[in-house]
Design a protein around this ligand. Sequence first.
Ligand code: GDP
Length: 418
Amino acid sequence: SHLRSTDIRTDNSPLQIFVKAKKKINDIFVEIEDYVQDTVGFMKSLQAERNIVTAEEAERIESYVDKVHAIRDVLKRDHMKVAFFGRTSNGKSTVINAMLRDKILPSGIGHTTNCFLQVEGSDNGESYLITEGSTEKQPVQSVGQLGHALCKEKLCESHLVRIFWPKEKCLLLRDDVVFVDSPGVDVTPNLDEWIDKHCLDADVFVLVANAESTLMVTEKNFFHKVSTKLSKPNIFILNNRWDASASEPEFFEQVRAQHQERAVDFLSRELKVYTPKDAEERVFFVSAKETLQARMQEQRGQPSHNGALAEGFQTRYFEFQDFERKFEECISKSAVKTKFEQHSQRGKHIATEIRQTLDEILDRTQKMKSEQLHVKKDVHDKLNYTEQQLMLLTQEMKDKIHHMVEDVEQRVSKALSE
Ligand code: GDP
């Protein structure tokens, strides 16, 4: 028997790249917030005392408090997003359930997903759903209930229903992965609207194809549209229902080679998102249904299969795990880049602006000091003392900010290169 994959993944999951980067950048912003607050206090004291700082300057620095706060809010909500596409019944919901290790999304006959479903982690062990345009939390205890709740809502196909599932039930949810299941690409004419609404911020796209048939024009079209809007989308192709091939071993190799070649061709020559060699690494032959069953068995403490499964189960199961590993690496790197690079640029920008303002203030105090040289001696001495104090203080603040700017830059580049 093999190791339970949950155990292997706990500590060295590639998702930790994102999780750690998020923590780091958040810490950096906590520091930036402190520095901004300090500077605001410092400038207020200068303003009250000597009119050295203009109201406009003080306001500008003060406005950074809100900006930093807003960035920290966005940071808290930043996540990794994976969106699943494919024709109806190819097994999108089953793939998501297999990855979540539980039957969370309704699947199968009569449960065609007719809107977008987003699964994300919730705190406090709660499970509920929220429909688009509403803030009401509808509690969900079971898949049956979820299916029912989804049926009774009048849902437009481009609408989004958010399903919140306890973080502690799944490592992917705990590590801020958000799953999006789509209605089948065969049922909609509104691909553009879909893409604009739900896909522009996706880090990874998974095309769930049916290994029993070839890639359809509708499936390809969708990705053609995506790649006109996103310069280099990250795409994986899962040839699902590969268990069905077990019944026809005489064609197995041939069918696989053909699917592989077509998928690689699609990703490299048609979409031009990968080289043929890299594209090879993005195509998998799996059975979501078997994987889900196996995992639910494992969850109950039973062996992953009881011998009644189709031949080649173990290989397909490993291939699914291989997909997950590469998926995790890809999604966390992509999310760090797209999400945190922007924040770190903004952090640097704020730090630099503050430094500039403080530089200007220091210059001004120095000028004032030289102008005051021809003021009466006693007044001059008194002023001189205050000026010195002020200069020391400004210099100290400047050093502090200078240090912060360097610190921010260093930590950001270190975090990004890690
Ligand atoms: P969706 O419409 O793309 O979300 O497809 P579903 O996940 O609802 O799956 C449709 C049907 O195909 C369900 O009855 C699943 O149990 C079945 N199915 C999904 N994956 C597999 C698979 O890998 N092998 C087999 N044999 N059936 C599958």
